[in-house]
Design a protein. Sequence first.
Length: 301
Amino acid sequence: MRIAILSRNASLYSTRRLVEAAEERGHEIDVLNPLRCYMNINARESSIHKHGKELPHYDCVIPRIGASVTFYGTAVLRQFEMVGSYPLNESVAISRSRDKLRSLQLLSRKGIGLPTTGFASQPQDIPDLIDMVGGAPLVIKLLEGTQGIGVVLAETRQAAESVIEAFMGLHSNFMVQEYIKEAGGADIRCLVIGDKVIAAMKRQAKAGEFRSNLHRGGSASLVKLTPAERATAVKAAKTMGLNVAGVDILRSNHGPLVMEVNSSPGLEGIEQATEKDVASQIITFLEKNAKAHKTRTKGQG
């Protein structure tokens, strides 16, 4: 197969591993910076160009689109879908998962466990917003934040009111969530491919920190999942419409709770923690499933 990876940095661990895995299995693979791609959109024959030349046809596209370029990156991916390339994750599914509030609403509709979440825009609603999620301590998250940036633990009601008022004053979009104390600063990253969890790791926050992101100094270790955790991770990925997803779960006193569904999960931490060749399993999934014009939306969504 001829495969394209949409990535702004060919030297990133995840991108390099996918290239290695594809080449080892005999495929031709190119890394394309989505910001360097541009589109010819017309009623007869749409196309994708780079450096003044039309790109060749690719059988598959692996999107590794950063959160900061979601709008343009998904537009490029949608163009690939329109010309018949099979996407590992569809543009519509990526956009759905990147909208944190929308994704939680969709998960909630499917009855998937979540931390109680509140969302409001008016200062007079702050007291009830805090009460809705069980009071302090509580977690306040910017909707545009990634890798733990823009996530604040407010340990008292006064602190929560101050942070919420500040975010409202800056016209920032944010949500408020209950704090799952029993999780102990740890979460579980489940790597879902198709309808299976193929790898999982426990991420533990460093001392004095409640965010378990590896980018923030958290540590990763192998973890054994319960059947409920496996089922929750697979259902969350399917709800988003993602073939490959990193589903972040908290262990609570009332079962597994989904924090986030990531459409471009990093491979480094989970491959090292589990010693599993996740990249090759992604390529194997493409070999089994990639067919021209097989996407659910065909670039229409």
